[in-house]
Design a protein around this ligand. Structure first.
Ligand SMILES: O=C(CO)COP(=O)(O)O
Length: 247
């Protein structure tokens, strides 16, 4: 189907300038493996310095505001992040949906703001453990995806990350069958909104305790087009086998 694998590290609230050598080492790994698209979504304070040493990796942000500018103390617009050197941003991570109370509508608006500033976007969705245990997680997450999907969603600027909340930072992952079923359902949901051609071209990443041990198996699943990686992206040593597993 020709979807280039996309492997992105999300450093969350981790990283000072002392970690720039890790960025540089990950950038070197990415340059060695151009078949995979590799990036790091960093704390905003590191974006500018990281873009000087990023090698073959792209540098991204972890969130952006939905407005271009204005009275929003402490927030950063997509244009600010782009100017600092970001070429991608995450929107809708479950930690922000939870900690900052972001709604599906907020997330769609953020994605549009990012696109308007020239950023590519990783839009995150995923279910809680209660939803997983109750059954029907595919329907719940598909509905969440369609509710937060921005207008004009297209594969050349948007990727989706499926991140089961209960798998984030826990060392637990769903069964391969469950991941396969979810990614298939999400692609079908995308097709219902943007058409089969665009949906087939769009990358759907898996995230949640992905590491060097499980990445190859996860990324071998037909509709898994890469990973959004937290803890295992913080050093080049840990991230290297995840990147290698993608191609
Ligand atoms: O939330 C995640 C990436 O956005 C996943 O984090 P972990 O890989 O640390 O579980």
């Amino acid at each position: 189907m020709g979807r280039r694998k996309l492997v992105v590290g999300n450093w969350k609230m981790n990283g000072l300038r002392a970690q720039l050598p890790e960025v540089e080492a990950i950038g070197a790994l990415a340059a060695e493996r151009p078949v995979v698209e590799v990036g790091l979504c960093l704390p905003a304070t590191l974006i500018m310095a990281a873009s000087q040493v990023k090698g073959g990796a792209f540098v991204g942000a972890q969130d952006c505001h939905m407005k271009d500018n204005g009275a929003h103390t402490g927030c950063l617009s997509a244009a600010m992040l782009a100017e600092a050197g970001a070429s991608w941003t995450i929107v809708g991570h479950s930690e922000r949906r939870q900690d900052q109370g972001e709604t599906d509508a907020d997330i769609a608006a953020k994605a549009l703001a990012a696109r308007a500033a020239g950023l590519k976007v990783i839009l995150c969705v995923g279910e809680s453990l209660d939803v997983r245990d109750a059954g029907g997680a595919e329907d719940v997450v598909s509905a969440q995806l369609l509710a937060s999907l921005p207008e004009g969603a297209a594969a050349d600027w948007l990727a989706i990350a499926y991140e089961p909340i209960w798998a984030i930072g826990t060392g637990r992952i769903p069964t391969m069958e469950a991941v396969e079923a979810m990614h298939k359902a999400l692609r079908a949901a995308l097709a219902s909104r943007i058409g089969a051609g665009e949906a087939n071209a769009m990358r759907i990443l898996y995230g949640g305790s992905m590491n060097g041990e499980n990445a190859a198996e996860l990324m071998a699943i037909e509709d898994v087009d890469g990973g959004l990686v937290g803890g295992a992206s913080l050093t080049a040593t840990k991230f290297a086998p995840v990147i290698a597993a993608a191609g």
